[in-house]
Design a protein around this ligand. Structure first.
Ligand SMILES: [Ca+2]
Length: 280
């Protein structure tokens, strides 16, 4: 029933609705992707080009990444090692750090206004900090797991490891709406770290090198980005891609992963017309 309702929703929309929400006429590292139509049309797979490589703390078990006013903000996980950090992009140097109490496992972060929101994995708590001091302002409780977090300027946008993304009120953390993420009608689960980029939700898929570009209205995957092949030294199977950040002013995309010694600025490479992939 849910699926029927979702398909019906798309059928009622003009085909260029999502493209129209993306600013046009300016150079961008993010070529706009239209939702494939009809819904079973092949989903384009983008590749990437490395523009810059920066140092990244090899000990950071990255669970959240965001760019704000010239700096990276990062959340790290694992009990006893979880933290919130302000990081200098060029050097990877940690300029400010708040360590979580050892019972908490840090997850996604996002900045809205002058607040930083930080999820925890299975603690059911979202911490809220002052952006400049990292002093805790308040905290919210939620049911279920916390994985990725971003925002669209109005709502917090949260993943929990399933195929569902939840929009929440930043003042109360109350649920506003949910979307179920689908690629050619199939659920896309393990949605992890998130970033809101030019009117799309980008989600890296846990334990894969794929990023989904998701329509925030329908939940449809408009495109994939295949990140396989990033040159990360000494990478183990646990050290997965898990960090997307976007510099809106300069349209720069950054990616990193758990315990990666490098952070990459990338540009997207549009797919060859013959290059198609159904699932990560
Ligand atoms: Ca992010």
């Amino acid at each position: 029933m849910m699926l029927t309702a979702v398909w019906g929703l798309q059928a009622c929309q003009p085909t260029n609705e999502t493209a129209a929400s993306t600013p046009s006429g300016q150079p961008s590292a993010v070529p706009s992707a239209e939702t494939p139509s009809p819904p079973n049309a092949p989903i384009p797979v983008y590749r990437y080009r490395i523009v810059n490589t920066f140092p990244h703390d090899k000990n950071a078990f990255t669970q959240g990444l965001e760019y704000h006013n010239g700096y990276l903000y990062e959340s790290t996980g694992l009990k006893g090692e979880s933290s919130l950090r302000k990081v200098e992009l060029r050097t990877g140097r940690v300029l400010r750090i708040h360590r979580l109490a050892p019972e908490y496992f840090g997850e996604g972060i996002t900045i809205l206004g002058d607040r930083i929101y930080q999820l925890t994995w299975q603690n059911g708590i979202c911490f809220v900090y002052d952006l400049n001091t990292f002093r805790q302002i308040t905290q919210f409780r939620y049911y279920g797991e916390g994985w990725g977090l971003t925002n669209d300027g109005k709502h917090l946008i949260m993943s929990d490891g399933s195929d569902t993304i939840t929009f929440r009120d930043p003042e109360t953390f109350a649920e506003v709406r949910k979307i179920r993420v689908r690629a050619n009608g199939k659920p896309v689960e393990m949605l992890n770290e998130l970033e809101y980029i030019e009117g799309e939700i980008w989600a890296n898929i846990w334990y894969s090198d794929m990023i989904a570009r998701i329509d925030p209205q329908t939940g449809f995957v408009k495109a994939w980005i295949d990140m396989e092949g990033l040159p990360v030294p000494d990478r183990t199977s646990e050290d997965v891609l898990n960090g997307i950040a976007y510099d809106r002013q300069n349209k720069r995309i950054f990616v990193t992963g758990k315990r990666w010694s490098k952070l990459f600025e990338i540009e997207l490479v549009p797919p060859e017309t013959s290059s198609r992939k159904e699932q990560p």
